[in-house]
Design a protein around this ligand. Structure first.
Ligand SMILES: NC(=O)c1ccc[n+]([C@@H]2O[C@H](COP(=O)([O-])OP(=O)(O)OC[C@H]3O[C@@H](n4cnc5c(N)ncnc54)[C@H](OP(=O)(O)O)[C@@H]3O)[C@@H](O)[C@H]2O)c1
Length: 259
């Protein structure tokens, strides 16, 4: 039976506290803005504080609530402190979105130890270890949301994507493991696998018009993504509307992987 207030009420995030990593730019920024527009108080994390201040100001101008918690999620020893700082502005974190990411695009023959370690640490290890610091607070409430960001490269081997793709493939399985471990406590874990979106991360690809046209043709819809295309799926997977969805990776890729 539909609740008297209607099903859309289950997509609201009023009273929830969210932490979004990678929130200074691109996909993380768009998701942070979406969560704030659905009512969450959003804590923004990335390394560049000026970008976080800009995102915070934009959310507040739109009538939302945001705070900055600058940090480097690649520093595993600093994640406990980040989790503690994130709980200050709006209370214990209910929702965490792991959108921090980078792509060094090195040929497998030339990948350096440092580049391999950084990509695996930021995109695979941090979503696990940061979540683990936040889970006790979610368990205490009997509700929580973990949202990871996977990729087309979770499934496909793109040129110069060995480290990035290995991290992103790991994200899909990590999503299942975190779901298996914590869903009984009301804490779901899901991921979104975006197709191609124009952000600073993909600037090198967008500079190549032929490649972009080729990638557009790989989609069923006939165009690459706009970060706004991710916002509805993110709010769904971070809200009570998705209470019975866990361990899943949702492609938001214009049908790229359907073809
Ligand atoms: N764009 C696409 O087409 C696409 C497709 C599939 C998946 N993705 C994934 O989506 C996520 C977001 O990517 P994007 O395209 O939005 O890229 P982006 O615009 O370059 O944003 C990346 C964000 O991550 C932050 N970040 C990087 N390293 C960090 C660290 N060590 N600690 C904290 N924050 C860090 C960056 O801020 P600072 O540099 O200030 O720290 C920035 O805010 C990534 O996981 C990416 O792999 C993107």
């Amino acid at each position: 039976m539909i609740a008297p207030e209607g099903v859309l009420a289950r997509f609201r995030l009023d009273g929830k506290a969210a932490l979004v990593t990678g929130a200074g730019s691109g996909i993380g920024r768009a998701i942070a803005e979406a969560l704030a527009s659905a009512g969450a108080g959003v804590v923004l994390c990335a390394r560049r504080e000026a970008l976080l201040a800009d995102v915070k100001a934009g959310i507040e101008r739109a009538g939302g609530r945001a705070a900055a918690a600058p940090g480097d999620v690649g520093q595993r020893d600093a994640l406990a402190d980040l989790a503690a700082r994130a709980a200050k502005p709006f209370g214990a974190i209910d929702i965490v979105v792991h959108a921090a990411g980078l792509n060094h695009r090195q040929h497998a023959d030339d990948i350096t130890d440092a580049a391999w370690d950084e990509q695996l640490e930021v995109m695979l290890s941090a979503p696990f270890f940061l979540s683990r610091h936040l889970v006790p607070g979610m368990k205490a409430k009997g509700w929580g949301r973990i949202l990871n960001i996977a990729s087309l490269q979770s499934y496909r081997a793109f040129p110069n994507g060995t480290a990035y793709g290995s991290a992103k493939a790991g994200v899909v399985q990590l999503t299942r493991h975190m779901a298996e471990t914590w869903s009984r406590h009301g804490i779901t874990c899901n991921a979104i696998a975006p197709g191609f979106f124009q952000t600073p991360l993909t600037a090198a690809i967008y500079a190549d018009k032929e490649r972009i046209a080729f990638l557009e043709k790989q989609t069923a819809i006939g165009r690459n993504g706009d970060v706004a295309d991710l916002q509805g799926a993110a709010v769904f997977l971070c809200s009570p509307a998705s209470d019975y969805v866990t361990g899943q990776t949702l492609p938001v890729d214009g049908g790229f992987t359907a073809k």
